[in-house]
Design a protein around this ligand. Structure first.
Ligand SMILES: *Cc1c(COP(=O)(O)O)cnc(C)c1O
Length: 391
């Protein structure tokens, strides 16, 4: 076995113990309290899109994030789709997104008939590189009456979507400044960053709209679910309208005044959410403990660098991971294979979007950073209940 893989195995054993079978990358934690609330919802008969748990869950999200309004929806992808519509993204617009993201961000742009325009990421935050984005826009964007236009394609660049990767925040304040300079709507994909704050402000509340996910692999889960975060009450109203089939009451009848979507979160899922969100502080505490154990155990290994929070940031440590030094890039697959063979489920980063067949011809800048992260990042088992094993 190669030296670096052997050292990583020793560190994983120190943090997680020896696996009986396999330690997954991330597992949800379902408590007795969760089962009680879900059973209560089932017994009430209100399992679908009408019921009290949805508004209760939304209140709890608002309280935790500080967003004025939270609209609960069926998943994080649907939240992104509606977020783009709220931001005014229309057919033929370009939307700047990192190539290094989950495919949902890119798909949501396509659902609007808009064109994903890939921008590069940087190693520190794993998110959009603000300096590189700024000089790129200086080159390719020209101001018109309708907004800044991509000189090469002639299309309006309408919005930018910073994605907070693994629960570490993007350089959101710099990106916000760039978005103002170029008249771009800023939408935050905070699917992975519930519980992550930048200078005390929750991720997903910096731009015009933010989105969360409560998929089974996220920090809390509703089975499937997501939320749209906005501060503007007109946008809140529009989000509720669009996600409930754009339905309006007209006398004794219901009618629909535009093409809407059936995207509201069912009450049954919201019941689980009400219980899960109360456990969030506990998850955050244990994830931080687990991250500290990883950082301690891995710091002595030459050639890798653990991902850790930057100053001014409180990260949720949703997924732990490390970056291989340039000299060790060819070890990536070997490390992933060796650790998985022992029962530690590890995983590389997503394949960058510009490598996918349906997005390979989209406009893009040089994507050196995204490709570098893709070649060098390895994610580690990070379920919050793994933390107790380390003390
Ligand atoms: C999980 C995730 C989503 C989508 O959420 P779903 O609820 O699975 O639709 C979007 N973006 C990122 C970065 C994610 O990790």
């Amino acid at each position: 076995m190669r030296d670096i893989s052997a050292k990583i195995l020793v560190a994983l054993d120190e943090v997680l113990g020896t696996p009986d079978t396999s330690i997954p990358l991330h597992e949800p934690e379902i408590t007795e309290q969760d089962k009680i609330l879900v059973a209560k919802c089932l017994n009430s008969g209100w399992v679908s899109t009408v019921g009290d748990y949805v508004s209760q869950f939304e209140k709890l999200i608002e309280q935790f994030t500080g967003a004025k309004h939270a609209i609960a929806v069926v998943n994080g992808t649907a939240a992104l789709h509606i977020a783009l519509l709220l931001a005014g993204v229309r057919k033929g617009d370009e939307v700047l997104i990192p190539s290094l993201t989950f495919v949902a961000t890119t798909n949501a742009v396509s659902y609007c008939g808009a064109i994903p325009h890939f921008v590069d990421s940087e190693m520190n935050s794993l998110a959009i590189d603000p300096d590189k984005l700024n000089s790129y826009l200086e080159n390719i964007a020209e101001e018109t009456k309708g907004g800044f236009r991509n000189k090469k394609t002639g299309r309006i660049i309408r919005a930018v979507i910073p994605v907070h990767i693994l629960g570490q925040p993007a350089e959101i304040n710099s990106l916000l400044a760039i978005s103002k300079r170029y008249n771009l709507k800023l939408i935050e994909d905070a699917a992975e960053s519930l519980g992550t704050f930048v200078e005390g402000k929750h991720t997903g509340t910096f731009g015009i709209v933010g989105t969360l996910s409560f998929n089974g692999n996220k920090i809390i889960t509703t089975g499937g679910g997501g939320a749209i975060l906005v501060n503007d009450s007109n946008l809140e109203e529009l989000a509720r309208h669009l996600t409930t089939t754009a339905r309006i009451k007209s006398g004794v009848e219901f009618t629909h005044d535009q093409m809407g979507f059936n995207y509201r979160l069912p009450n049954l899922n919201a019941a689980l959410g009400c219980s899960q969100i109360l456990a969030l502080e506990g998850h955050l505490h244990r994830k931080r403990t687990l991250a500290e154990s990883y950082i301690k155990a891995m710091s002595a290994i030459d050639g890798i660098k653990m991902i850790s929070e930057r100053s001014g940031v409180k990260a949720n440590y949703w997924l732990n991971g490390f970056i291989l030094d340039s000299a060790n890039l060819e070890e990536r697959n070997n490390i992933i294979e060796t650790t998985n063979a022992v029962g530690y489920q590890t995983r590389p980063a997503w394949m960058p979007m510009h490598f996918l067949p349906m997005y390979k011809d989209c406009p893009r800048m040089d994507l050196w950073g995204a490709e570098k992260i893709y070649k060098s990042l390895i994610c580690l088992p990070s379920s919050s209940f793994l933390a107790h094993l380390s003390d």
